[in-house]
Design a protein around this ligand. Sequence first.
Ligand SMILES: CC(C)(COP(=O)(O)OP(=O)(O)OC[C@H]1O[C@@H](n2cnc3c(N)ncnc32)[C@H](O)[C@@H]1OP(=O)(O)O)[C@@H](O)C(=O)NCCC(=O)NCCS
Length: 146
Amino acid sequence: MNPPRHPDRRRRRFELGVAPPSDDLRRLLAHTSWAANRTEADIAARIQCTPLFVVARDGATTIGFGRALTDGTYRALLDDIVVAEDRRGRGIGAAIVESLLRELADVEEVVLNTEESLRGFYERLGFRPFTGLTMVRRNSTPTVSI
Ligand SMILES: CC(C)(COP(=O)(O)OP(=O)(O)OC[C@H]1O[C@@H](n2cnc3c(N)ncnc32)[C@H](O)[C@@H]1OP(=O)(O)O)[C@@H](O)C(=O)NCCC(=O)NCCS
């Protein structure tokens, strides 16, 4: 069953390219299956190398994040899409992805890795399962792979 929508959106803001405090981002990522072990220093360094990211805030509180790695023309990879657990089901995740997609509108293909339970979430945003073979060479192991 889908989570319920909540009407109060007054204080919510979505900002492109304004880095969130890395401790806020570490707290958000700590509840993911793939980035739970990232340190604040890692996170701050990777943000510096990321061409496109969006931060959702409620007042001063960081409540969501998403980023894209891209060459700006042919390929983009969405990564680290996350919403604070107590803010999910209010349209924030979709708004984060939509913000990134608007910026990537001229890029030929936008890809992401996800799990079956989020198929519906991403299909609503225009993604379709890829029918080819995706191959990965892991040089290190994430906390839990998805
Ligand atoms: C995935 C995630 C970012 C979604 O954020 P969210 O703010 O809860 O999502 P939204 O409220 O914007 O959902 C948009 C729509 O998708 C639906 N949806 C959300 N999660 C869903 C799920 N797991 N399965 C099916 N539909 C889902 C919502 O009900 C909503 O539908 P509606 O428009 O009919 O109300 C959030 O659940 C999260 O942070 N999960 C943990 C990290 C993660 O797995 N990130 C994705 C990595 S690829």
